[in-house]
Design a protein around this ligand. Structure first.
Ligand SMILES: [Zn+2]
Length: 147
């Protein structure tokens, strides 16, 4: 912990591109960092140009693709990615609504089935009562016959 590695550059643990999120490779130590003046700014160059970080404390890591890609192209890509995400979200919402409608339909179907079942049950109740009445009548007749 601490001491031994405190003088190591933080990139020995690797880094992430602040623009595209790409994982950037770990470096072995200071020997993998060069300081160059690029775009008129002092910049750390890692692993011979795998990625970069401007030489100011608040600067973030940038992969070589993002570093050498003009800002307006990056902006366009960001917008396209945002657009794709929005379209995806719309699609997911539509899908959720479809599923909800399906669930509602299934619920209605189940209610209908329950209603059918209750109707069938009350019909059979009526039938049973009728049977009872019929047998009572027969019984009465039988008694009458004997008399
Ligand atoms: Zn990048």
């Amino acid at each position: 912990m601490g001491g031994i590695y405190s003088n190591e550059p933080m990139e020995v643990a690797g880094a992430v591109c602040s623009k595209c999120g790409e994982d950037l490779p770990q470096i072995r130590g200071w020997r993998d960092i060069k300081i160059k003046k690029i775009y008129g700014k002092w910049t750390h160059e890692f692993l011979g140009g795998m990625y970069y970080r401007e030489k100011i404390p608040t600067a973030k890591h940038v992969c070589k693709t993002c570093f050498w890609t003009p800002e307006h192209i990056l902006k366009k890509r960001e917008q396209e990615a945002a657009e794709r995400a929005r379209a995806k979200a719309e699609e997911d919402k539509a899908e959720t609504m479809r599923l909800q409608a399906k669930a509602e339909a299934a619920k209605a179907e189940a209610l209908k089935a329950t209603a059918e079942l209750m109707k069938a049950k009350s019909l059979s109740d009526i039938n049973t009562k009728e049977n009872v009445n019929e047998s009572l009548i027969r019984h009465d007749k039988h008694i009458i016959d004997i008399e």
